[in-house]
Design a protein around this ligand. Structure first.
Ligand SMILES: [Zn+2]
Length: 80
């Protein structure tokens, strides 16, 4: 099965059987693209809105932030 990465535009193959969870990084080609998109999204959110208390973040979002940190993606960077 082929899919175009929503982040970098790369067309990549992924294995997925109907009825099973989608690939972990879907719709992105890699964890890095997924993290980059999330970081971008988070940056925009934090730029537009007032500072968000940590209590608003769900456990899942904390996991995402931890994952971003592991990947070396800093959500407060402005490297564009
Ligand atoms: Zn990609």
């Amino acid at each position: 099965m082929q899919h175009t990465c929503s982040m970098c535009g790369t067309v990549y193959d992924f294995v997925w059987k109907e009825g099973t969870p989608l690939p972990k990084n879907f719709p992105f080609c890699s964890a890095r693209c997924k993290a980059a998109d999330l970081a971008k999204w988070l940056n925009e959110e934090y730029t537009i809105s007032a500072p968000v208390p940590n209590t608003i973040l769900s456990d899942t979002e904390h996991e995402i932030l931890a994952e971003l940190a592991e990947l070396g993606v800093h959500t407060d960077d402005d490297t564009d």
